[in-house]
Design a protein around this ligand. Structure first.
Ligand code: MRU
Length: 374
């Protein structure tokens, strides 16, 4: 995507061929800064402090993290250690584990002197695949938005989104925002309701920033506004991203997604989830019972960071001294509340049969407990 006319991705290999550059998302929207990753620890820190975030980008960063680790030591032990360290950074988004498995497959059987090159090559390929996958998600989702625009006789299509599932959450394009960018570029009138997405405000800080740079009309709303808007016919459809989708179509995404799905269901507003196939975890079925929900530091809820009138970035405390705080980062939306999954292979039902039929090569990898024992 473009920032002030210059094309960017969220992560790229530097010209030296040995270090990796990321956009520091903790500084947005007020400052655009990049950070250089040179070591495994740099990559792990970037993920856990959320300099990079969003399921696909976490996976891409972890892949480069493995490559950076192997530069210092290409042994089996170093490979396993790197994967362990990176896997522990954030537990919910399954793309992280998927990317680490891919790196193991690409590197493990290589002779040691070829491992670094193989690792950098696979990390770069994961990034390219993410871009192409999201471009296709944009194509398929475009059909949905176009249909709404036609139904409304060309009037503006109002889309509500939660968190940031745009290009900042991926390598490029985004998942939930990819169809919106495509529709806007095609001249379809779209307007996006952007949930602020407390506690870290990915909507207010990142989605609004992205959409603004692309010229997409949008309005930032407080998190609890969506239900009211839906009751008044001001939302035509909801599109969100996902951090993990189970074999039966349950969707784990940023905390608050479930409440939007309930409101959408009650108001008969279509609720779509856009996701690349690495976000599907065929080893789990019941999202509520089986997906680990990341709990983050209380400070993310207790404090707010923003720009002062004179341009300084400051953090202030918004809860009383001593009040206990809980910070659940994700929730699970049951498949029954999901109108459809927008994937790189088309828009499909959020159910076991559709997922298995659309991604048979992934569905084969099921937990032993799900297999028939003869
Ligand atoms: O905690 P984050 O910012 O990593 O959470 C991101 C989300 O929940 C996104 O909606 C999800 O990763 C989809 S990204 C294409």
């Amino acid at each position: 995507m473009n920032i002030d006319g210059k094309p960017y991705r969220t992560i790229w290999l530097n010209r030296d061929g040995t270090s990796v550059e990321i956009i520091d998302q903790t500084k947005l929207p007020h400052r655009f800064e990049t950070v250089t990753l040179r070591t495994l620890d740099d990559a792990a820190r970037a993920i856990s402090t959320m300099q990079v975030r969003g399921a696909p980008l976490i996976g891409a960063t972890a892949a480069y993290g493995v490559a950076l680790a192997l530069r210092g030591d290409a042994s089996d032990e170093a490979l396993d250690h790197a994967c362990e360290v990176l896997a522990a950074t954030r537990p919910t988004a399954i793309n992280l584990r998927w990317a680490l498995d891919e790196m193991q497959k690409a590197v493990r059987n290589q002779p040691r002197d070829k491992r670094v090159a193989a690792a950098f090559a696979r990390a770069a390929a994961i990034c390219e695949e993410d871009v192409e996958t999201n471009r296709r998600i944009g194509e398929h989702g475009l059909g949905i938005i176009r249909a709404h625009a036609e139904k409304k006789g060309g009037a503006t299509v109002n889309i509500l989104t939660h968190c940031n599932a745009g290009w900042l959450a991926c390598v490029d394009w985004g998942t939930a925002l990819a169809p919106i960018y495509r529709a806007h570029d095609e001249g379809i009138k779209v307007h996006v309701w952007v949930d602020e997405t407390r506690p870290r405000n990915q909507g207010a800080s990142l989605t609004a920033w992205e959409l603004g740079h692309h010229g997409v009309p949008h309005t930032v709303i407080a998190d609890n506004t969506g239900g009211h808007l839906m009751q008044h016919g001001l939302v035509d459809l909801v599109i969100v991203g996902a951090d993990r989708v189970t074999a039966q179509g349950d969707v784990c995404n940023k905390i608050g997604t479930y409440l939007k799905a309930l409101a959408a269901h009650d108001n008969k507003v279509p609720f779509y989830v856009a996701l690349p196939s690495p976000t599907i975890d065929f080893t789990v079925s019941d999202g509520l019972a089986e997906i680990p929900i990341e709990q983050r530091a209380p400070g993310e809820v207790a404090n707010m960071t923003g720009k002062t009138r004179d341009g300084r970035i400051e953090t202030v405390q918004i809860v009383p001294d001593g009040s206990p705080v809980a910070n659940y980062a994700f929730d699970v939306t049951p498949a029954r509340l999901v109108t459809g999954l927008i994937t790189e292979r088309g828009v499909i039902a959020a159910d076991r049969a559709a997922l298995a039929q659309t991604f048979p090569e992934r569905a084969e990898v099921r937990p032993k407990s799900n297999r028939k024992v003869s």
